[in-house]
Design a protein around this ligand. Sequence first.
Ligand SMILES: Nc1nc2c(ncn2[C@@H]2O[C@H](COP(=O)(O)OP(=O)(O)OP(=O)(O)O)[C@@H](O)[C@H]2O)c(=O)[nH]1
Ligand SMILES: [Mg+2]
Length: 242
Amino acid sequence: MTNNTPKVTIVVPTYNERENLPQLVQALEQLELPGLNLLVVDDNSPDGTGQVADELTTTSSLPIRVLHRTEKNGLGRAYIAGMTQAMDEGADIVIQMDADLSHPSSVLPIMVQALTTTDAAMVIGSRYVPGGSVAEEWAWHRKLLSAGANLYVNAILRLGVKDATAGFKAWKSDTLRRIDLSTIESGGYSFQVEMNYRTVQRGMRIVEVPIRFEERVEGASKMTMAVQLESAKMPWKLRFGK
Ligand SMILES: Nc1nc2c(ncn2[C@@H]2O[C@H](COP(=O)(O)OP(=O)(O)OP(=O)(O)O)[C@@H](O)[C@H]2O)c(=O)[nH]1
Ligand SMILES: [Mg+2]
């Protein structure tokens, strides 16, 4: 890492998050974490999130860049483009975070510290380790689906992590280079599981720190049936495919 202060790039994919993004930026500004900067990856959101992001690049005290993509192409594809750009721009640490304020920014310093002071290759902001939780507003069937998805994924892939589907993660850039992002197959949310699998396959260590996962503040979920189907198939494909 360079000069002891690592360059920490948060990659935030957005699709129709115009109400949430300014609030997220404000929370990140307040952290005053040295080396912190933000890369927004917007898939040409119809609600104008891309323009909101552009405006934030001039008004925020945080360094912000916006990667504009032409169409909605799935969470996995947005992350691969964003993480690749972050590494090209010299990030030492790359963080994945949702725009909808579900992920507590207050835990970011702890995740960064875990990466810089231990041999962890990646840190998960985890709902399912002691001290972690999901918002009470979550309906019982959603809690069941989330817990079930974790059992399912771990039964097939034996990842050895409690929160295998989490979307709040901090990566050493070295880990991402070893994973070879360009060959990741997932288009949608199964990206999270595929990335964990690659990490474990290459013998690298994943550490989990507890978070409380909040209900999204504004806007609607982008979870679709097609996305869930891909997520259901991906563990089998990873385990038994070629
Ligand atoms: N650029 C881009 N961003 C996406 C896409 N799909 C989802 N996102 C973003 O990825 C993040 C996670 O999506 P969410 O809809 O919050 O998924 P979720 O957290 O499982 O669902 P909720 O709990 O209902 O919010 C959000 O910041 C979304 O705006 C996509 O196709 N392209
Ligand atoms: Mg969300």
